[in-house]
Design a protein around this ligand. Structure first.
Ligand SMILES: Cc1ncc(COP(=O)(O)O)c(C=O)c1O
Length: 387
């Protein structure tokens, strides 16, 4: 079978050295990321401080604009931050927790950072409701919708859950939240670059994510989307001089907020990281997330079928419409099995309470999937129950 995306493999040096199935954690580095980092170094060494006015100061905005189509967002809606935690904190700081609307509602399967951050807001009056999952894989949607009410300020929710790759029914959550006046922060980290996203048509208030995983953009880049009509109304308490309408006037006293996306910018942009991520963003845009998703579904289905045939239990939804780009295989002694797989050049990871996470991306081949499952069988063949 001819794979139209096979040509991209040459752009990712690590693929020559191992079977790289860990893009849900750290996407492979594109060759041209090194060129962009060199460009940064050249500008720094040759232009010095003048570089700020030759593109560096605006690099958050230009990077956000490069990413926007991948997220189904328009230009000027995305600001860049160090990571999801910081981006989420900036949004949390736009809200109050000392009135009747002080509740945060989220599933207990949420990424821990999203919990830890809001736990800290209890000191400002926030109340947190965790909705227990019934199966450890999916959000209990009915209970979640029921819990979102007039007391709810924010609903942080991952579009794809990190533990099971379950795709959340974000539309239902946004609809209920808006009906009662609450706002939704969609964490698209485990989706962006492998699952199509349409932030604007979803009508979600905020979205956060980062570049490390499926976007192949490396560390140091979190992004924050704010719904355009909301962006001009809200003001973060976590703000700095880069959020000022006239930052270079260095005015004293209260901040006069710039338009979006700069008003969500805290201080000096992380220039080298923003150079590095450009390569991954460009490649994902060039291929298109629809094409990536089609290949991902073909490869994850093959992986799942083979793993099931071998008797492994999967901690990932079986329905393609409910599953992101990762397949999670439950094996006893998962940490040790993961170590052995890595020692044999099959790069995956292990999460306690979930299992071995394997993630094909657009650069993965069918042969690599088959090799990974065969090696997994060799290391951890399940003992079948005799009938
Ligand atoms: C859904 C999700 N959100 C957030 C994070 C990480 O957040 P941060 O960028 O703050 O490290 C991860 C994984 O690392 C994740 O899977």
């Amino acid at each position: 079978m001819l794979d139209p995306l096979a040509g991209w493999r040459a752009e990712f040096p690590i693929l020559d050295t191992c079977t790289y199935l860990v893009s849900h954690s750290l996407g492979a580095m594109p060759r041209r990321a090194a060129d962009y980092l060199q460009q940064f170094a050249t500008e720094w060494s040759s232009r010095g401080v003048r570089a700020w006015h030759e593109g560096w100061w605006e690099i958050g905005r230009t990077t956000g604009d490069l990413l926007a189509p991948v997220l189904g967002a328009r230009r000027s809606t995305i600001s860049m931050h160090q990571n999801v935690t910081v981006a989420q904190a900036i949004i949390a700081s736009c809200h109050r927790y000392d009135g009747p609307r002080r509740r945060i509602v989220m599933t207990d399967l949420e990424f821990p950072s999203n919990m830890y951050l809001f736990e800290g807001f209890r000191r400002y009056g926030a109340e947190i409701t965790y909705i227990p999952s019934a199966d450890g894989m999916r959000t209990n949607l009915d209970a979640m919708l029921e819990a979102i009410d007039e007391r709810t300020a924010l609903v942080p929710v991952s579009l794809v859950l990190f533990k099971s790759a379950y795709i959340e029914n974000a539309a239902a959550i946004v609809e209920k939240a808006h009906r009662v006046g609450a706002r939704v922060i969609l964490d698209v980290y485990q989706a962006a670059g492998t699952v199509p996203i349409a932030l604007e048509s979803l009508g979600v208030d905020f979205a956060v994510g980062g570049s490390v995983k499926w976007l192949c953009g490396g560390p140091g880049n979190g992004y924050l989307y704010v719904r355009p009509d909301l962006a001009c109304e809200i003001e973060p308490a976590i703000a700095g001089w880069a959020a000022h309408e006239r930052p270079f006037e260095f005015e004293i006293g209260p901040l006069e907020f710039a338009e979006a996306p700069e008003r969500f910018q805290s201080g000096t942009p992380n220039v080298p990281a923003l150079y590095a991520c450009r390569a991954g963003y460009e490649i994902i845009r060039e291929i298109g997330v629809d094409a990536i998703r089609a290949k991902s579904l073909m490869l994850t289905r093959r992986l799942m079928n083979r793993a099931c045939d071998a008797g492994f239990r999967l901690n990932t939804p079986d329905d393609d419409r409910e599953r992101g780009g990762t397949v999670i295989v439950d094996v006893p002694d998962g940490a040790a099995v993961a170590e052995q797989l890595i020692a044999r050049g099959i790069i995956i990871d292990y999460r306690p309470g979930a299992g071995i996470r394997l993630a094909p991306h657009f650069y993965t081949t069918i042969e690599e999937i088959d090799r990974a499952v065969e090696t997994l069988i060799e290391i951890a063949r399940p003992t079948r129950v005799k009938m």
